[in-house]
Design a binder for this molecule. Structure first.
Ligand SMILES: [Zn+2]
Length: 246
């Protein structure tokens, strides 16, 4: 199937959200305004980055510096929206991701430790009308791997049995998933109030964003999302697909 069902109404009793993204900056382009609202509402939010974005950048920064720079940029960007827990998986290079059993096991470990009610992640489905950006194969791989972790890996005690046997990590049921960057997102969040913090988060990704005028590109897009959702003129919005997973 190449499309999502209509979004569910988001859960109202969420205490913890785990954001899982392929690269530093994914969450900030797609969801930082929404994350800022969650933080304001007292929800605990943690970020998990699968790679350090070592294939990114646009200038002659020495390549071996890129992962360290981008890790620091993501931590600063998280801070701009009030998120302080930022972790990175080791062993996964930018541009090489597949929804492998290794990745599923490593993600299951994090999910069972953090026990999130909600996960926000990259879409496992392509938007065929736009091949670049959201359609990066790393995004699709992370979206697929996270979906496999939500069901069945994290909740099945017999999946990756060493996690329970050797690490004492009990099964966990994630109740809801939010996908960013997928086809026809239909759950819209008004981010007019948190847009300055989203811009600050994006500015923190200097290796990715300092060569362009991000607000000039982003604002019309966010305005269109808001207008299409019937929000008042001048509003800005991010859009997602929200699915119940329990
Ligand atoms: Zn990305």
């Amino acid at each position: 199937m190449s499309f999502f069902p209509p979004s569910a109404e988001p859960l109202v009793d969420v205490q913890r959200v785990l954001v899982v993204a392929a690269h530093p900056d994914d969450v900030d382009f797609g969801a930082a305004g929404t994350v800022a609202h969650w933080v304001d509402a007292g929800i605990e939010v943690a970020y998990l980055l699968v790679t350090r974005g070592d294939a990114g950048g646009f200038d002659d920064t020495p390549r071996e510096q890129m992962p360290l720079l981008r890790e620091a940029e993501q931590r600063a960007a998280a801070k701009a929206v009030g998120v302080t827990q930022v972790d990175f998986l080791d062993g996964y290079a930018d541009g090489t991701l597949t929804p492998s059993l290794d990745l599923r096991r490593d993600l299951t470990r994090v999910v069972r430790r953090y026990r999130p009610d909600r996960i926000l992640t990259n879409s496992p489905l392509r938007r065929w009308e736009r091949i670049a950006g959201p359609g990066h194969p790393d995004h699709l791989a992370v979206g697929e791997a996270v979906t496999c972790v939500i069901y069945p890996d994290a909740r099945n005690p017999f999946a990756f049995p060493g996690l329970l046997r050797d690490e004492g990590l009990e099964p966990w049921v994630v109740r809801e998933v939010w996908f960013q960057g997928g086809p026809d997102p239909d759950h819209v969040v008004d981010i007019t109030a948190t847009y300055p913090r989203k811009l600050a988060a994006l500015a923190a990704h200097a290796t990715q964003t300092s060569h362009e005028d991000v607000p000039a590109r982003l604002r019309p897009f966010l305005e269109t999302v808001a207008r299409n959702a019937g929000l008042p003129d001048g509003s800005l919005a991010e859009a997602f697909t929200v699915l119940r997973t329990a």
